[in-house]
Design a protein around this ligand. Structure first.
Ligand SMILES: Cc1cc2nc3c(=O)[nH]c(=O)nc-3n(C[C@H](O)[C@H](O)[C@H](O)COP(=O)(O)OP(=O)(O)OC[C@H]3O[C@@H](n4cnc5c(N)ncnc54)[C@H](O)[C@@H]3O)c2cc1C
Length: 512
């Protein structure tokens, strides 16, 4: 028996309790129910962010300069108008976070102490206690959300979008502690994070498996640029799932990338050496690992004894595996980290279906193009979370009508492991037509055996778009098409554009 909860007409249903979902909730003047599958410290990548939040906050910096850096790494397909909004509204949103109580690191004059990260032409990343930006920002926002009378919270995992006869989104079907629950709402905001968990090696929380992307796609929403998955160059390679991250700020501090003999390899590959754009560093490290030469991050002289104080999270991760980063190079490998693609939205976060908005990593605003500039994602979450709230505050939503949805099938543990392996092998740092065809065959096979769950649908979107893009651009590298095509186009597709039609199982049990 499925329970039904109908929210009053003025309420907004927010799926996801990371930075995007909570910042939107806190900026709404309407009441909001925030649905999250896991508590923030376990389920939200936001709480794991180490570097910080990028914005033009320092002397000599400007939104124009930040925009130019964002466009320079984006592979020619960023939406320039969206980048302008991101960089112009960014400093104000960071100031709001500070006013809410986020204890950003300060310099002697009381200004923001800023780090420089790869792809940025100057120091621009506001941080907290070294590498604790995400944890601290989330603790501050959760405290405000708990104190707010307008915000209520529920732990449940959304499975499918409810739609009325006209296709308007009217809430979600979710799996909670007591079983399935239909949560009906006049406005639904998806803020359920990324897709890294679809890959065998990832820095993302396990719940980041593309649920929002798949739910929106199955409901008929337009999806943008799903093939663009960013691989973080320096996940700490100690066999842990998810892989702990060695923040880019370490390279900003002067840490070097070396092979197992201590020889640096980035200077021959790019003029910016260790601070080259992420995709270039990730590919270089991937090749080092595949060739057997090994890849290490050596922070012994750059950070040394200051490690426990300046980078406590990285220090703890290394020490737990018996690597002392004060005296030893850190073994590293690239890991699936961030999804530039997602649910296609406009400048105010509206998706292509009535009643549906999307924000944060599950959305594709066009800000990042083919490759995200480091620390621009927390910024995107607050800038567009704020804009969505402003739009919904001015919207009189229609009453919820009778609605329905399909229940996606469940991918078992073995199926998920097989999918994650296939994604890492064939849709990873380097891709080829043959590999991507193998991936699509695996997805079809799993879908035929187990029905098409959200994970398979999300993987299908990524694989199909990667196969169709016969060029290399940003984070999408095709070894069989290593050059960029002359025309720089974004991908926009609907699930119905892809064959075969996904089969939905009629019932769901113990959806994981
Ligand atoms: C280790 C790490 C370090 C990073 N460092 C930085 C950094 O320094 N700077 C930067 O800008 N970016 C960084 N990023 C990226 C950034 O953290 C994310 O892109 C951003 O936080 C995404 O925010 P979000 O709110 O969209 O998603 P998340 O913070 O991931 O939140 C998603 C929420 O959705 C919930 N959820 C998921 N599926 C469902 C479902 N089906 N039903 C209900 N709830 C669901 C989750 O439980 C969670 O509450 C980092 C990412 C990682 C993994």
């Amino acid at each position: 028996m499925t329970e039904t909860l109908r929210l009053p007409r003025d309420h907004v249903l927010i799926v996801g309790g990371g930075l995007a979902g909570l910042f939107a909730a806190l900026n709404l003047s309407r009441p909001a129910l925030v649905l999250a599958s896991r508590p923030p410290q376990e389920g939200a990548a936001s709480a794991w962010a180490q570097g910080g939040i990028a914005a033009a906050l320092g002397a000599g910096d400007s939104p124009e300069r930040h925009a130019a850096d964002t466009l320079a790494v984006g592979g020619g397909i960023n939406d320039a108008a969206i980048v302008r909004i991101l960089t112009e509204e960014g400093p104000g949103r960071v100031a709001e976070l500070a006013a809410m109580g986020v204890p950003f690191d300060r310099d002697a004059d009381g200004g923001f102490a800023l780090s420089r990260e790869a792809g940025h032409s100057m120091a621009r990343v506001a941080r907290v206690s070294g590498d604790l930006a995400g944890k601290s920002i989330m603790e501050t926002l959760v405290a405000h959300a708990v104190a707010s009378e307008r915000i209520s919270r529920m732990e449940a995992r959304a499975l499918s979008l409810l739609q009325d006869g006209a296709g308007r989104v009217c809430g979600v079907l979710a799996a909670g502690e007591k079983g399935l629950i239909r949560i009906e709402a006049s406005e639904t905001l998806l803020a359920a994070g990324g897709v890294g968990g679809l890959y065998a090696v990832t820095t993302n929380p396990p719940s980041a498996r593309g649920d929002a992307l798949a739910m929106a796609a199955r409901a008929g929403a337009v999806i943008a640029d799903p093939e663009f998955v960013q691989f973080h160059p320096t996940a700490i390679d100690i066999g842990r799932d998810p892989a702990p991250l060695a923040t880019e700020a370490l390279r900003g501090e002067g840490a070097t990338l070396t092979d197992r003999k201590g020889r640096r390899f980035m200077a021959q590959i790019h003029a910016d050496a260790e601070l080259a754009p992420r995709d270039i560093v990730a590919r270089a490290i991937h090749r080092q690992v595949v060739s057997g030469a090994g890849a290490f991050l050596d922070a012994r002289s750059a950070v040394g004894a200051a490690f426990p104080e300046h980078f406590p999270t990285v220090f703890a991760a290394c020490m737990s595996a018996g690597v002392d980063p004060r005296t030893q190079p850190i073994p590293i490998a690239p890991a699936a980290h961030y999804h530039m693609g997602g649910i296609s939205v406009d400048a105010d976060g509206a998706a292509s279906l009535a009643g549906l908005s999307a924000c944060g990593e599950c959305a594709s605003t066009g800000a990042h193009g083919a490759n995200r500039l480091a620390s621009n994602s927390l910024l995107e979450a607050v800038v567009f979370g704020g804009r969505i709230a402003a739009r919904l505050n001015d919207t009189l939503s229609p009453p919820v009508r009778r609605s329905d949805c399909e229940t996606p099938a469940r991918l078992g543990a073995d199926g998920l492991a097989r999918l994650r392996g296939a994604m890492a092998r064939h849709a990873g740092v380097e891709r080829t037509r043959d590999g991507l065809r193998k991936l699509m065959a695996d997805i079809d096979d799993l879908s035929g055996r187990q029905g098409e769950g959200n994970a398979l649908t999300a993987a299908r979107l990524i694989g199909a778009a990667a196969l169709a893009r016969e060029e290399s651009r940003g984070a999408h590298f095709r070894a069989d098409f290593p050059a960029a095509a002359p025309a720089a186009d974004r991908t926009r597709l609907r699930l119905a554009d892809l064959a075969p039609e996904p089969a939905c199982a009629p019932a769901l049990e113990g959806c994981a």
